[in-house]
Design a protein around this ligand. Structure first.
Ligand code: ATP
Length: 642
């Protein structure tokens, strides 16, 4: 827990009020934070930095927040800051007059382009002094770099990066290079940023009113409020604008920053379960409902004020251009009385055979382009299976129980066979019925069941949260770990025998959200077809790194032949989880000196809908490991008592 004294501001500004915040201020704060181990201390430092900025130059707070989280805009705008190593190295060579080969060698040795950039600056004498970098100036340049397009795009990016680096002092160069590479490596998870911002605003508001330092409990409740608001309205532009006007954090913030059609939210997620008995135990005393778990792609559909539909993926990417067929089908599904309604719908898009009236495997739509799909080119039809309604005509429904949201969903839409259907559901709750319903779902080519709390306080819709109130029960994984894992290839080993010429196996990692590292968890060499091995080799060969990223955690025993960028997520099925000193995932969480590894992994599919930071987390692996152990003990006890 945070104590008030932990969050007392200490930093001091070095610029006059109202003038642009120097980027050097932020870079110095980043440097301090990267040397800080304690999470509370880290939060404190960030809170200080935010407070200094909001008190002197509030208009720089928004660009500062974006630079801290190393993003440029809300996720659905698709603005990516990441620039390839090759381009960065070229820009650095041009900015410093150093030889490219030398920089490459330094990068290979240190594994950190930030350090290479910082070092290059200190050894170079500049003839002319350039104006100092500012927070708003750097943010603006990053935006221009991300938006650069057309044939001269690479040149334009390089020119802008070079310009930034020429003006940068040592620490500034370090964090500019890291930011452009896509990783600041100051271990700032979203929750730290939210806590620091909430604390800074509580201080800011109280100081303005001449109040005594705020109580820790007020900081905690404000953090919870800000987190809830951010989950429903994931736009820092809107939140910070409102906070600066309110000069405080309270319920008015939630009123101003609400769920809005056109602004996608991260979807609610489910916890895995391994047996019907486990479902019954976890939801004891809570009314619940089972739904088919369709094998398709999550879609959040927004109808905005001008009547148009926007379709967003599981990670808030804009998929409207991927599904022109869905946009054409949707008006037919709206009931006449609500034909103009604005709404936010949560659903699964599933490939569908209209003649045979049945769903098809997900692979049928997996290869659709992400944008600019033309209606006439579409071969595989899709049907939308709707399961939730989050917003209807000016009203957010997330706080309503699922039973009510479902009722409103059915009042707003109607079934259009093969185009729009409601997820098949059953509210019967004894074990035998769940098993029967599961069998029925399997006969309809579903992956299993989703089990959801139906009524009462437990059954609200929690954007971005993985809660106990949604459970997933997948047929294939009823024993073992209860779910597949989503892991990121970070390295590869050359193939032997029949696999010569390709990578024969890959080193996979999970994501540690607290430390922002990718922790090696297993090697996989099974589940690939020959064509797939060749295709993967081709794809990954263009993502080979000169050196492992400093945020890869691995042991020497598992060192791969080549290191890879973290650009893909693989769904991996496995027999079970085990403890191993060779893998660093969840190191020492279960047993001192041992990490968690995966036994008998095999590739199920590539998850194009997930970013590498959305891979299975070390925390989830630890949870799964513990659950697996408890499950085994329970099974033994049951066997013993028979
Ligand atoms: P996770 O991060 O939990 O692994 P995931 O995207 O890998 O998420 P799954 O574990 O397969 O997904 O299970 C949840 C997904 O199931 C949802 O994101 C959604 O796409 C899909 N789904 C299918 N039918 C339903 C349903 N009736 N209710 C909710 N989700 C459903």
């Amino acid at each position: 827990a945070l104590a008030t004294s932990d969050l007392e501001p200490r930093a001091a500004t070095t610029w006059s009020a109202g003038t642009p915040v120097p980027y050097a201020f932020l870079a110095a704060a980043f440097e301090r934070m990267s040397n800080t181990m304690s999470r509370i201390e880290l939060t404190q430092q960030l809170c200080d930095a935010f407070r200094c900025i909001m008190e002197s130059t509030p208009e720089d707070l928004l660009p500062a927040v974006y630079l801290v989280i190393n993003r440029l805009a809300p996720a659905h705008e698709g603005l990516e800051i990441g620039v390839g190593d090759a381009l960065l190295l070229q820009a650095l060579a041009a900015a410093t007059g150093r030889k490219l080969a030398l920089l490459k060698e330094q990068y290979r040795q240190t594994g950190d382009l930030g350090d290479v950039a910082a070092h290059s600056r200190t050894t170079q004498r500049t003839m002319f002094s350039t104006p100092p970098l500012t927070v708003r100036g750097v943010y603006h340049e990053f935006l221009c770099i991300a938006r650069a397009s057309g044939r001269a795009m690479q040149e334009e990016k390089k020119r802008r990066i070079q310009k930034l680096l020429v003006s940068a002092k040592e620490l500034e160069a370090k964090f500019l290079a890291r930011a452009l590479q896509g990783k600041l490596r100051i271990r700032l998870a979203d929750k730290t940023v939210i806590t620091a911002l909430a604390a800074a605003f509580v201080w800011y508001g109280d100081a303005a009113r001449g109040h005594a330092p705020p109580a820790a409990v007020r900081i905690e409740s404000s953090t919870l409020l800000l987190k809830r608001v951010y989950n429903e309205c994931p736009s820092w532009n809107r939140i910070i604008d409102t906070l600066l006007q309110l000069r405080d954090i309270d319920e008015r913030l939630a009123e101003h920053c609400r769920l809005t059609p056109g602004l996608p939210v991260l979807p609610m997620l489910a916890k895995p379960c391994k047996s019907v008995a486990e479902v019954l135990t976890r939801l004891e005393g809570v009314p619940f409902s089972c739904e088919y778990k369709y094998d398709g792609e999550r879609a959040q559909i927004h109808r905005v004020a001008d009547g148009r539909f926007h379709i967003y993926s599981r990670n808030c990417e804009d998929h409207t251009g991927k599904y022109p067929d869905l946009a054409a089908q949707l008006p037919r599904a709206l009931r006449a009385a609500l034909a103009d309604a604005q709404f936010i719908l949560d659903a699964e898009v599933v490939a569908y055979d209209r003649d045979a009236k049945r769903t098809l495997p997900f692979q049928q739509i997996q290869h659709r382009a992400r944008k600019n799909v033309l209606l006439d080119d579409i071969k595989t039809r899709v049907c939308l299976f709707a399961f939730d309604l989050l917003y209807l005509d000016g009203r957010s429904l997330t706080r309503c129980p699922l039973a009510e949201r479902r009722r409103l969903l059915r009042d707003t839409f109607q079934v259009v066979p093969g185009e729009f259907m409601f997820a098949e559901s059953s509210d019967l709750i004894d074990g035998e019925h769940i098993q029967e319903f599961m069998d029925e779902a399997m006969r309809h080519s579903c992956e299993g069941l989703m089990v959801k709390a139906l009524d009462g306080a437990h059954s609200t819709y929690e954007p971005a949260n993985r809660t106990q109130n949604w459970l997933k029960l997948k047929k294939d994984y009823l024993s073992g770990v209860g779910d597949t894992l989503d892991l990121v290839p970070i390295g590869a080993y050359y193939g032997r025998g029949k696999r010569v010429g390709w990578f024969g196996s890959y080193l996979l990692a999970c994501y540690n959200a607290d430390t922002e590292t990718f922790e090696a968890v297993t090697k996989v060499g099974t589940g690939f077809s020959e064509e797939q091995l060749a295709e993967l080799y081709q794809q990954h060969s263009t993502h080979v790194l000169e050196a492992p990223r400093p945020y890869y955690a691995y042991s020497e025993q598992t060192r791969p032949d080549v290191w890879l960028e973290t650009w893909q997520v693989w769904e991996i099925q496995c027999a079970d989880l085990s403890l191993s000193p060779a893998y660093l995932a969840g190191m020492s969480h279960v047993q001192e000196g041992k990490g968690i590894s995966v036994r008998f992994p095999r590739l199920v599919r590539i998850r194009n809908d997930k970013e590498s930071e959305e891979a299975t987390t070390s925390e989830q692996l630890v949870e799964m490991y513990v659950a697996q152990f408890q499950h085994a003990t329970r099974a033994e006890e049951e066997e013993g008592s028979e």
